[in-house]
Design a protein around this ligand. Structure first.
Ligand SMILES: C[S@@+](CC[C@H](N)C(=O)[O-])C[C@H]1O[C@@H](n2cnc3c(N)ncnc32)[C@H](O)[C@@H]1O
Ligand SMILES: [Zn+2]
Length: 277
């Protein structure tokens, strides 16, 4: 059984911006009669077709499956645990996993953090959100764009953003005063050995993560280690990256064929607070 969605008007109608209320156990409506039904997996699609810039925005199904397979093998667990610890330290009541994908971090948070927290996830990719909702019945997952978040102003006290795009104005709007933002971004050496197969000259990412306008940095953690994925997992990892499209058949074969491949993992966790205006 999927837990009922929250009674307080947390969602805004994506068409007219009025609060969305439960009109039945399985649907939401605004005062202007715009209706949205919960999907069978328990998520809500708040991305009206007129705001979609492509038929299937975000990660597609094979990308989502590759990501899930790789993440569930535990390669990013040290980072997921560090994220959960940083979240636990502030005991948020309403947390948003922005660009939640298939929900790996949402599940890790639920496993490691206080269960009084209400956990929300949003992503533009419907397949990913459906997969996340299916695995985590007590999470509240929606399909929407981070550029137009259909949440009430100042609804969240914590926003997590792991390798996902966001919009600074929307981040500030949905966070409470003094709300926290935790971002995970690639560190200088992230996936170095994978990139060596693709680029003639590999460049390091900047060590400093970007602090969005209207936020102040409180804490930064760098988490670096090496992993040794098998050939199939290497390809799954490749498919999770923004540079996957550069890897043609030959490159992919070379990545699979090498006998042992140790790959550097390098994350920057940046904890920020919404600045007072
Ligand atoms: C690199 S993935 C990270 C997913 C997840 N946080 C993780 O690390 O497993 C980026 C995610 O952002 C989503 N995304 C891309 N553009 C988006 C947008 N405008 N609004 C919301 N999500 C978006 C993609 O569908 C994808 O799930
Ligand atoms: Zn409406």
């Amino acid at each position: 059984m999927h837990q009922a969605h929250p009674p307080t008007p947390c969602y805004l109608c994506p068409i007219c911006a009025a609060p969305l209320l439960n009109s039945s156990a399985k649907s939401y409506a605004c005062e202007n009669n715009h209706n949205f039904d919960l999907a069978k997996e328990g998520y809500l699609n708040l991305l009206p077709v007129q705001f979609k810039h492509s038929a299937e925005p975000g990660d597609n199904k094979p990308m989502m499956q590759a990501r899930r397979e790789f993440l569930e093998a535990g390669f990013y667990e040290p980072m997921a645990k560090a994220v959960a610890m940083m979240i636990n330290a502030s005991q948020p009541k309403h947390l948003l996993d922005l660009g939640c994908g298939e929900g790996y971090y949402s599940r890790a948070i639920a496993a490691h953090c206080s269960n009084t927290m209400m956990l929300h996830g949003v992503d533009i990719a419907k397949f990913a959100v459906a997969a996340a909702a299916k695995k985590q019945a007590n999470g509240r997952f929606i399909v929407a764009s981070s550029n137009r978040l259909p949440y009430a102003d100042q609804y969240f006290d914590f926003v997590l953003r792991v390798f996902a795009p966001s919009n600074d104005d929307e981040l500030r709007r949905v966070l409470k005063p003094s709300g926290l933002l935790l971002t995970v971004t690639p560190g200088p050496r992230h996936l170095w050995q994978l990139k060596e197969f693709i680029y003639a000259d590999v460049n390091e990412h900047a060590l400093d993560s970007v602090v969005p306008e209207g936020f102040e940095r409180i804490d930064t953690q760098r988490i670096s280690y090496k992993i040794a994925p098998n050939p199939q997992q290497r390809i799954a990892l490749l498919q999770m990256t923004p540079f996957a499209w550069r890897a043609n058949e030959n490159v992919q074969q070379a990545i699979k064929d090498v006998t042992e491949l140790k790959i550097e993992i390098d994350f920057i966790l940046t904890l920020m607070v919404k600045a007072a205006v």
